[in-house]
Design a protein around this ligand. Structure first.
Ligand SMILES: [Ca+2]
Length: 392
């Protein structure tokens, strides 16, 4: 066995002191640089899987800085900075107060398109009300200065707040044209997904400072929140910009069955809970559902009868691994695999499940600046993995 440098960093920061509404995070070591590699077979060749780091506590989102360092969010309220070799550098300080309970907590992280000038990063998270018993999805923008956030500002938050820790989303995606998309859930308050005066169960589109774009579809309509881009969504935990069409694609958890991919168009109704391909977990129909289709409601672009439990997603656009170029990858939680979809234009023409024999829930997937794929697994002792298609 070759000598390996094990760098163990015990985090001394007391993350618990800035958490509201839930058990404090349990600081634990993130172990980097083990470099353990495994091979897996796939339709397009052999896949080399390298374990870059482990010990993350319920990680949610991964983002690359321009210098190839990485930011990883942990749902209990930590933001970690890793160097380009995935060694832990620091826990970032100066985060906002975060509501941590169930599915709620610190969620996605996104690096501003002009980061090299602005040093701005964006976080989506659950923000509590004053009583601390309910929360809503919110977006925080701040500058990353060394190992802390500075000049932080809440640029968006759901009001009223309805969640006690379920179906909060969330992913953050820039459209490359001066806007930020925020995916959200309906807080398991199903009918609110159809209420246009509420922000739960909506995809929203903001300017980079959080203001409402003048060309949002409902601007100026009485009783309708102008942030809304599309509605009738259950819980979108994945989103990515299609690099070839520049359109946003989202993944959405169905109930029992009926997970969806959508390409949300402005002002459209994506149906939840009126139309769905899923049923309740107890085997009964969704109470509000009238079927799988209705006038004025959009069909999903793609759906699964058996829910993989879709999480983060990434389009792969690189010549580094030609066999995967043009594919769409999605993490599957319950499905414990990485879903690879082949596209013909927007049409999904083939699906392969990767890494299924590892039995790991996949929380996020991103294309790295080196043209390789990076995954976060899920849970209390989660891993950062790097995938390379070597038999291509
Ligand atoms: Ca739908």
């Amino acid at each position: 066995m070759r000598a390996m440098a094990l760098v163990v960093m015990v985090l001394l920061a007391t993350a618990g002191c800035r958490l509201d509404g839930g058990a404090p995070a349990r600081p634990q070591p993130v172990v980097s640089g083990t470099g353990q590699a495994a091979l897996a077979a796939s339709e397009r060749g052999e896949v080399r899987i390298v374990e870059l780091a482990s010990g993350f506590n319920n990680p949610w989102g991964l983002a690359f800085l321009p210098d190839r360092r990485m930011l990883v969010t942990e749902r209990p309220g930590r933001l970690l900075l890793l160097d380009a070799d995935a060694r832990l550098v620091a826990e970032i300080g100066g985060l906002p107060s975060i509501f941590v309970d169930g599915q709620a907590g610190l969620l996605d992280v996104a690096v501003a398109p002009d980061f090299e000038r602005s040093q701005a990063i964006y976080l989506s998270y659950a923000k509590s009300n004053l009583r601390g018993n309910l929360a809503g999805t919110a977006v925080y923008r701040a500058r990353l200065v060394d190992h802390a956030l500075a000049d932080g500002e809440v640029i968006y938050e759901q009001e009223p707040k309805l969640s006690s820790g379920t179906h909060v989303g969330s992913r953050l995606v820039f459209d490359g044209d001066g806007h930020l998309f925020v995916t959200q859930g309906e807080n398991n308050k199903r009918p609110t997904a159809q209420d246009l005066d509420k922000l739960q169960g909506k995809l929203v589109r903001l300017n980079l400072d959080g203001s409402v774009p003048a060309d949002n579809p409902f601007v100026g309509r009485a009783g309708v929140r102008p942030e809304i881009w599309s509605y009738g969504h259950r819980n979108m935990q994945g989103a990515a910009l299609n690099p070839w069409t520049r359109q946003l694609w989202t993944s959405e958890h169905g109930p029992f069955g009926g997970d969806e991919i959508n390409i949300p168009l402005p002002g459209r109704n994506y149906g939840w809970p009126i139309i769905t391909y899923g049923i309740n977990y107890d085997g009964k129909p969704i109470p509000e559902a009238i079927g799988t289709a209705a006038a004025g409601m959009e069909q999903p672009h793609h759906y699964w009868k058996v829910s993989p439990a879709l999480s983060g997603m990434a389009f792969y656009a690189s010549d580094r691994m030609p066999g995967w170029n043009g594919n769409l990858f999605l993490g599957a939680l319950a499905g414990s695999s990485l879903i690879r979809l082949e596209l013909d234009g927007d049409r999904i023409v083939h699906e392969e499940r990767l890494l299924g024999d590892r039995g790991e829930r996949i929380r996020d997937v991103r294309q790295g600046p080196d043209g390789l794929l990076y995954l976060l697994t899920d849970g209390v002792s989660a891993k950062l993995l790097r995938l390379e298609l070597v038999g291509d």
